[in-house]
Ligand binder design. Structure first.
Ligand SMILES: Cc1cc2nc3c(=O)[nH]c(=O)nc-3n(C[C@H](O)[C@H](O)[C@H](O)COP(=O)(O)OP(=O)(O)OC[C@H]3O[C@@H](n4cnc5c(N)ncnc54)[C@H](O)[C@@H]3O)c2cc1C
Length: 386
């Protein structure tokens, strides 16, 4: 049996950040185990871009985590020499008085976040790419923008490895068992004994941690990209990341990173699932036609056929608060609920602090026992993202 101080299960969004943070600690043996290869297309981080915004609806809970993450995204860019965070701003467009927009406006004022407010007329002048309705207004979050998740995961893993972490790919963890002398981790390529384990296995978490089965559900999130007739109007310098609410339809997206298409997505009514194996892997033709029709009502001069599409999954908790838990020798981070990519660097830092018993600022509501207490009181899963 091989031995290590810390073993991280999963080298996706959370796992890569935990490995990066742990690898910075002198004298600590750090191992990462990933069931697929280095940066793959099966995880919840796949899909070219993620919306980053500080003006979140649930301000009090997330703003400090996001601000810390913003600093860490910049540090990772410096350490890796790669571009991860395109700070092009994020536009939230909705009818004046729309509840989520009002809450986000409250957040920017409470935390004094840099922002601008646009009237319908301002929007038509500044962002003609968006076909807005009379009465639509917008909040522009200046620190918002687009993150490049595959580049981020690659960067964190590369820096961790340069710092001495040992990473094993195409190796699945079969089970973990806590014993007095450490945690026994059985994998498809042998067995490890670790002083501490960080569980960062995303949508697969319930397979290895049965105690999460009642709490987590998998939600499906689809991505679609469209070709505009004038691609130069959708480049990052001219077209910020965005959220749009029109009636009951919610769209989100990012500028063009490939020079010919931009991301604009909305989610059909998909059921929730319990295991990754049950999740659909593509949109149906009808879903793509409907999304294309809606998109052409919202964006100027686009071809309604999505030029690219993909369907993903993410583990949700009922109230969308993440699980950040340290019990015995196991730290568990899960349930990022469709909006957690923006703050994974903070989660990685917390993972390292929890492993080493250091001071940390984890919200006590994120502990598993607290989630379980709330579970009975909360209603059905609500879905959503970003
Ligand atoms: C389509 C979509 C759009 C999103 N948009 C946004 C957005 O705009 N902004 C935002 O902030 N967030 C967004 N999110 C949420 C965010 O991307 C996810 O919450 C985040 O990536 C989850 O990270 P994770 O580390 O928990 O899971 P993952 O990134 O999936 O990582 C889990 C890893 O563990 C590995 N693993 C699992 N089981 C094992 C095992 N037994 N052995 C070894 N390895 C294992 C997996 O292979 C995987 O690599 C979105 C999510 C999706 C799906």
């Amino acid at each position: 049996m091989q031995k290590t101080d810390v073993l991280v299960v999963g080298a996706g969004a959370v796992g890569s950040m935990a490995l990066w943070q742990l690898s910075k600690r002198e004298g600590l043996d750090v191992v990462g185990i990933e069931q697929y290869g280095r940066v793959h297309s099966h995880g919840s981080y796949a899909g070219e871009s993620r919306v980053f915004r500080t003006a979140v609806h649930e301000g009090g809970t997330y703003v400090r985590m996001i601000q810390r993450s913003r600093d860490l995204w910049r540090e990772l860019e410096r350490d890796s020499g790669r571009d991860i965070y395109a700070e092009v701003g994020c536009l939230s467009i909705a009818p004046k008085g729309f509840a989520d927009l009002e809450v986000a406006l409250g957040t920017v004022r409470e935390f004094d976040l840099p922002h601008r407010v646009f009237t319908t007329e301002d929007l038509r002048v500044e962002y003609p790419q968006h076909l807005v309705n009379d009465g639509d207004v917008a909040l522009f979050d200046e620190h918002g923008g687009g993150l490049r998740p595959e580049v981020a995961v690659m960067s964190a893993l590369d820096v961790a490895e340069q710092n001495g972490a040992k990473l094993f790919f195409n190796t699945a963890v079969i089970d973990i068992e806590e014993r007095e002398q450490g945690v026994v981790v059985r994998t498809t390529q042998g067995t490890w004994l670790a002083d501490t384990v960080v569980m960062a296995s995303g949508s697969w978490s319930t397979r290895l941690r049965p105690e999460l089965k009642e709490l987590l559900r998998l939600q499906v999130l689809g991505l679609t990209w469209f070709m505009p007739r004038e691609p130069e109007a959708f480049v990052p310098e001219r077209f910020p990341a965005f959220l749009r609410d029109v009636g009951s339809v919610h769209f989100f997206g990012a500028p063009s990173f490939d020079g010919y298409s931009f991301k604009a997505c909305t989610n059909p009514e998909w059921p929730v699932f319990r295991d990754v194996s049950e999740v659909p892997t593509h949109h149906t033709r009808e879903e793509l036609i409907r999304i294309g029709q809606r998109a052409s009502e919202l964006f100027a001069g686009i071809n309604p056929e999505p030029v690219r599409e993909s369907v993903h999954h993410c583990a949700y908790t009922p109230d969308r608060l993440p699980v950040v838990d340290s019990t015995g020798r196991v730290v568990t981070i899960a349930g990022l609920s469709g909006h957690g990519f923006k703050f994974v660097p903070q989660l990685g830092e917390w993972a390292a602090q929890l492993v080493l018993g250091e001071e940390h600022s984890v919200d006590p509501r994120f502990a598993l026992a607290e989630h379980m207490k709330r579970l009975a009181e909360l209603g059905p899963y609500t879905g959503g993202g970003h």
